[in-house]
Design a protein around this ligand. Sequence first.
Ligand code: SAH
Ligand code: SF4
Length: 397
Amino acid sequence: MTTDTRPGISGLTPDELATWVAAQGQPAYRVRQIADAVWTGGGVVGAGEILTLPGALREALDGAFRFDTVADTELRIADGGLTEKSLHRLDDGALIESVLMHYPARAGSRERHTLCISSQAGCAVGCPFCATGELGYGRDLTTAEILDQVRQAARRLAANDQRLTNIVFMGMGEPLLNLDRVLATVEALNDPARFGLGARHITVSTSGVVPGIRRLTALGPQFTLAVSLHAARDALRDVLVPLNRRWPVAEVVAAAREHARTTGRRISYEYTMIGGVNDTPADADALVDLLRGDHAHVNLIPMNPVAHTPWQASPMPVIEAFATTLRDAGIGTTIRRNRGQEVGAACGQLAAERAGEPPAPAVARRRERLVMASAAALRGDRSEEPVPPGVLSSMDA
Ligand code: SAH
Ligand code: SF4
């Protein structure tokens, strides 16, 4: 494990790059040449490839910056080539994941290539159905580390004359707990002189960090906001999204509603369907009560099985009945099919697998605790457990 202290060049703002180029005594047009090399078709992985530059400048660039902050990538292909799952190793050994999903053209829709990226190594929120939550928090990613996942996928696509059409922050981590870096990333993705992807094609997903949502509202529409709900009642959401003990579901939905009102953009809610836990008719009714009249859309996602939980996806007829209840109340609802299950594409699963199985007694205790907590939540009892430590100190509104 090494720690390379050179910053990733993709994380530089245009001004920072211009300042560096000027400090080298180089003409301003070099800035454009370097930026083109970093971004076109996903960009180069070393300054040596930028043949338009003088040799000394190439050397200076390589001495000052990394052209790829991802040290190593293990690629797994699934769904007959439609899903490409990458396990990336960063310079300090941290493991993160990204997933590239190809959607062939259909009548009425063009082909799409969607990349799901990570914003943190691990995650502090600790949702028990999520493989990343199981890993716990590692660290925040730098802007370059987030962008280099995108550049790598773009390079693979460019080799086939294809381009990324959509980017979703639905990999590892809670983007709104690394918000400055995520915003800098989105700016680079949006910038026509850098990655050049329209705001409508970028989605940031949050488990409900209310002050973060409010900050985004103040900034105006830069991307689509998705909110992970998974439960409409506090007792159950306390168990499924531990952040709920800090920002209860009504506050999360109020912040999302205000965001939709101010930006004119529809909020999309994610709801992972867990068999017998959050998929009952009472849960569907509670969700209808919560969202009635909102400019909202609900995505129902069958839970990807994760080791160490006692839970599974709801059966499809249950998901369909749940969707019907929402649609009958006028709430637009989609059932999302899982991708890449065969290689463990639910967020964090490859990294969790690499971390190794915890001891069997620990798994058994954890499963028992989840069964008891979800049973209590179904009765309507709110949990006594505290907010996860260390997550929220800096996030007070
Ligand atoms: N932390 C953010 C974004 C990353 S998680 C968030 O929670 O929104 C992206 C999405 O994957 C979330 O909606 C999350 O609930 C969902 N997810 C996590 N584990 C899953 C699993 N085992 N099955 C299905 N969806 C899962
Ligand atoms: Fe973190 Fe999102 Fe996983 Fe919850 S679902 S643990 S917030 S990555």
